[in-house]
Design a protein around this ligand. Structure first.
Ligand code: ATP
Length: 260
């Protein structure tokens, strides 16, 4: 099997004694589009921060045969781990091509960057096609819509050869069409390119439409894991989203979506 799978064992993050991520065990295989959901403060962002090396953790986070815990951020990135943040971080005054070229350059190193190049590298052309921004190649990134900026950020991870992509609320603030487009893009990336994708998301409609598997975090712990149908039908999941007690089908559906 492709060694590019993520395996968290007892992953734990504490902030001055407060345990934000509590002995999490979780495996994500290539080709999977894993959604990480849970109420506010459940520890979702902290978990992907720990995997990307942004906060110290204990336990282990194995990826591509190495343990990421204790490694520096740049070293983790070099192992093919990439993430986006809730706010897109593109260079607004540079074009789509230039943004991708710089990201690809970061991977190539200073020597290659210093050489004059007259044409756009193949990897940039390919990423632009994947994210659907070929027609906007020469447009400054600052003029892109919110959704298009998120896609550009995903493209920047692809040209850096990221094989594990962790995306923090990618569709927040997007239009319905942009959400659909993003879902299809993530499916393409996961299934066709066989990359490992973890999406932190609050948008239940988006999760239902595109997740291939779901992990539910609550108070730093894994509460449930499985297919969309399995986690939606889990009474413990319904309870953390709705509070304890009996709920009408209509109320449950309003929060967790239809089909529960
Ligand atoms: N740097 C920090 N120092 C102290 N506490 C923190 C820090 N970062 C996060 N926390 C706490 O850890 C808990 C988990 O936060 P986190 O942002 O990971 O949750 P989340 O599931 O991503 O929530 P949301 O969906 O609201 O973004 C929260 O109680 C938060 O206040």
């Amino acid at each position: 099997m492709n060694a590019d799978y993520l395996e968290l064992t007892n992953l734990t993050v504490s902030f001055d004694g407060f345990v934000a991520v509590d002995r999490v065990n979780m495996s994500v295989l290539p080709g999977d589009l894993r959604f990480l959901i849970g109420p506010n403060g459940a520890g979702k962002t902290t978990l992907i921060d720990a995997v990307s090396g942004l906060v110290p953790a204990t336990g282990s986070a194995r990826w591509a045969g190495e343990d990421l815990v204790g490694r520096k951020v740049h070293r983790i990135a070099r192992l093919g781990v990439g993430r986006t943040f809730q706010t897109a971080t593109v260079f607004e005054e540079l074009t789509v091509t230039q943004n991708l070229d710089i990201a690809a350059g970061a991977r190539r190193g200073v020597l290659t960057l210093a050489r004059r190049r007259t044409r756009v590298p193949e990897v940039v052309v390919k990423a632009m096609e994947t994210i659907g921004l070929t027609d906007l190649a020469e447009v400054p990134a600052g003029t892109l819509s919110h959704g298009q900026k998120q896609w550009l950020e995903i493209g920047m991870l692809l040209v850096q050869d990221a094989r594990l992509l962790m995306l923090d609320e990618p569709v927040a603030g997007m239009s319905a069409e942009e959400k659909d487009e993003t879902g299809r893009l993530l499916r393409r990336i996961a299934a066709d390119a066989d990359l490992t994708v973890v999406v932190v998301e609050h948008d239940m409609d988006f999760m239902r439409a595109f997740a291939t598997s779901v992990t539910v975090l609550h108070a730093g712990k894994v509460l449930a894991e499985g297919s969309v149908e399995q986690v939606q039908a889990d009474p413990r999941v319904q309870e953390v989203y709705l509070g304890p007690g009996e709920h009408s089908k209509a109320v449950t559906e309003a929060v967790l979506g239809e089909g529960v």
